[in-house]
Design a binder for this molecule. Structure first.
Ligand code: PRX
Length: 657
């Protein structure tokens, strides 16, 4: 796939407020080269800025590639670094988390909480006490967190990290089935959920969904329920407890000693979609992950003690893990956490949040920006964005038009604004316009240059570097701190998915070009992953939901460009004999998929066909389906079983267009 807009390779913008930090791309290239050639020493120098209980013996254990281990022999604790250190310093009364709930009256939020580092320390210790003393959990156990965007979510993450308990956050927009799959795969012993969560003024009945999920799981022994929305729920005797009740067993000044976790101990599992099969549990380590966060918080976000950082993502995704929770807290900064929809109840809710808290660093997404843009600038006429001094976007390519609009509206064309490239697997940002204390001139829509020590390239099918401006595959040649340890429970799959297309180097699955200045432009996924509003969906998950419907025989799902969401999924469906293709069935199929996967899995269109393009061995050729409907050349179809199927797809699509 490639973006459907032209790339302004030549344009260069120097934001006036950051002029002193600007460096020319060619000089940066030299610095990058030095750091990257000596990448082990280089990363060791960053890691040494963290507080270790015990220093590492070896920077990188590369004796069993691709299962790399960083800072081996070192002992470190993520919760200690993110909480204790600050609570014991002058930051004790500094606000760690500003939390705003969704319910609001007009412009006024009904609930706001300012949690200081001192309070966070107390809360994290109390929850750690519950995990350890009440539930008897210990290092290496796994727990699942299915919570809305409320302070308890980071508190449980930090409490688990304190004990070396591996946490798996499941996005609260996922369905019962998706939750059950993730619980089962992680073998979670405890599930933490809430009665409900607020989304666009409605209650998402999380406990009900969790109850359904638990019918299909066997590892969860206990369920802890946070009261958030006070809706009616059922509590199962002996299994379910309200957090409020359990708190009664906790001494007010409970202190739980942080575990001396090893650098290579898993910190968390985060599930993400791939090309085939069930979502993969990406496992992140502790020492390497904290190191990439330390680096990127300082380089890419230029974090300072008086910053108020707002990352508009959900903690259910990696962006939230790294840049709402661990990154800002590691640095002792103030992080803003907002529970709900950015445009609810008023379209400019997001702007009011920036104004209310004086947000200085903003991290958001192209889809959010495009949805703000749709309403025009007048909506924000009276809003004050002057506190913002730096911003970035993430999750999908940003079209130059959206870039320019936001750069003008919020950035007053005078502050850095980049599109940072990275992914669940990389742990932290890999490519940016602020690659290490400097700023390279901005180009609308580009991702910038790789961070020092990050050896990124664009290569052709036969793994040779491409020429400037020629499309190829993005790769990462050298190991980096923050890389995955493995796929949970499936190391072979880890090797196959990421390290086999180009043996010995990491393949993220994206198409990219590099321009003659050395800037990278990520164009989109090269595989069958769809990015819908920045969320990563595997065609496999959607197709397998469809073929479980009693009326469906076969299905092919592909992503097509969408002006707002970047991409949306469309489905081509072959019905079972005797089934009637009509609007009603379409509606029910869409509802079915949303129920099976979650509301983010909404199909934008469904087309009925009598056959799908397949290879002679029976594999559905999604590439061909996609080419047909996006008006691209279909390429090599010599392996196609029946050419008439291509015409069918074309006809079905044309008829409904
Ligand atoms: O295709 C790339 C796209 O998002 C994918 C990773 O998705 P996920 O693991 O959900 O993480 C998203 C947030 C870190 C990548 O393979 N992507 C992410 N950031 C960008 C991007 N594509 C273009 N530009 C970006 N800035």
């Amino acid at each position: 796939m490639s973006v459907n807009w032209s790339l302004p390779f030549e344009e260069k913008i120097i934001p006036s407020k950051y002029q002193s930090k600007v460096i020319s791309p060619s000089i940066y290239k030299e610095l990058h080269k030095i750091a990257t050639e000596n990448y082990k020493d280089f990363w060791a120098s960053i890691a040494s800025q963290l507080e270790w209980f015990k220093p590492w013996e070896k920077v990188l254990d590369d004796s069993n590639p691709p299962f790399y281990k960083w800072f081996v022999g070192g002992e470190i604790n993520a919760s200690y670094l993110a909480v204790d250190r600050h609570a014991k310093s002058w930051r004790k009364n500094k606000v760690a988390i500003i939390w705003e709930g969704e319910p609001a009256e007009g412009d006024k939020p009904k609930e706001v909480r300012y949690i200081t580092y001192g309070e966070l320390y107390r809360e994290v210790n109390r929850v750690a006490y519950i995990l350890k003393e009440v539930y008897g959990l210990k290092k290496g156990d796994a727990i699942s967190l299915y919570l809305p965007m409320i302070p308890e979510l980071p508190i449980f993450m930090l409490a688990a990290a304190r004990l070396g308990i591996i946490f798996s956050v499941v996005f609260s927009g996922f369905s019962a089935q998706a939750l059950a799959d993730r619980i089962n795969d992680a073998k979670a012993k405890l599930l933490v959920t809430a009665d409900g969560g607020w989304r666009r003024g409605k209650i998402v009945p999380l406990k009900d969904i969790a109850d359904k999920a638990l019918e299909n799981t066997s590892t969860v022994e206990k369920v802890l329920v946070v009261k958030r929305t006070n809706n009616n729920i059922t509590m199962k005797e002996g299994r379910d407890e309200y957090l409020d009740n359990v708190y009664k067993q906790v001494p007010l000044n409970a202190y739980v000693e942080p575990e001396r976790t090893k650098s290579e101990d898993p910190l968390f599992i985060l599930y993400t979609s791939g090309t085939t099969g069930k979502p993969k549990g990406i496992v992140h380590d502790t020492g390497g992950y904290l190191t990439i966060l330390r680096a990127t918080m300082n380089w890419v976000f230029d974090i300072k003690d008086n910053d108020i950082m707002w990352t508009t993502a959900d903690i259910g995704w990696i962006t939230g893990h790294s840049y709402i929770v661990f990154g800002p807290l590691l640095e002792g900064a103030t992080t803003v956490m907002y529970e709900g929809a950015l445009d609810y109840p008023n379209p400019d809710r997001w702007a009011s949040i920036i104004e209310r808290y004086g947000v200085t660093i903003l991290y958001t997404s192209p889809t959010a920006i495009r949805s703000f843009m749709k309403l025009g600038e007048d909506v924000y006429k009276s809003r004050d964005f002057s506190s913002v001094r730096l911003m970035h976007s993430v999750g999908e390519p940003i079209n130059p038009e959206a870039f320019r609009w936001f750069f003008r509206l919020v950035g007053k064309e005078s502050i850095p604004f980049g599109s940072t490239w990275w992914m669940t697997e990389t742990g932290g940002i890999m490519i940016s316009h602020l690659p290490g204390l400097y700023l390279i001139p901005l180009k609308p829509g580009t991702n910038g240059m790789p961070l020092p020590g990050i050896d990124v390239d664009v290569v052709s099918e036969n793994s040779n570097p491409t020429k400037p401006e020629e499309r190829g595959y993005l790769v990462i040649r050298k190991p980096w701190p923050g890389m995955p340890l493995t796929i949970w429970g499936d190391p072979d799959r880890y090797v196959k998915v990421y390290w086999s297309k180009f043996p010995g180097i990491f393949y993220p699955g994206d198409f990219a070009v590099k321009d003659s200045d050395g800037y990278f432009w990520i164009l989109g996924r090269a595989d069958e992953v769809i990015k819908v509003a920045g969320h990563r969906l595997g065609t496999y998950e959607l197709e397998s939901a469809l073929i479980h419907h009693p009326a469906v025989a076969e299905a092919a799902v592909v992503g097509v460009p969408d002006p707002l969401k970047g991409e949306v999924p469309v489905a081509f469906v072959v019905l079972k004999v005797g089934q009637k293709a009509n609007e009603e069935l379409k509606k029910s199929l869409n509802e079915w998929v949303r129920e099976q996967v979650g509301p983010i899995a909404s199909l934008s269109s469904i087309y009925f066909v009598s056959k799908l393009p397949k290879t002679r061995s029976g594999k559905i050729m999604r590439r061909v389906v996609k080419a047909v409907i996006t008006n691209q050349p279909v390429g090599d179809i010599t392996t196609l079983e029946d050419e008439a199927s291509v015409e069918e797809v074309k006809k079905a699509y044309e008829e409904l267009k």
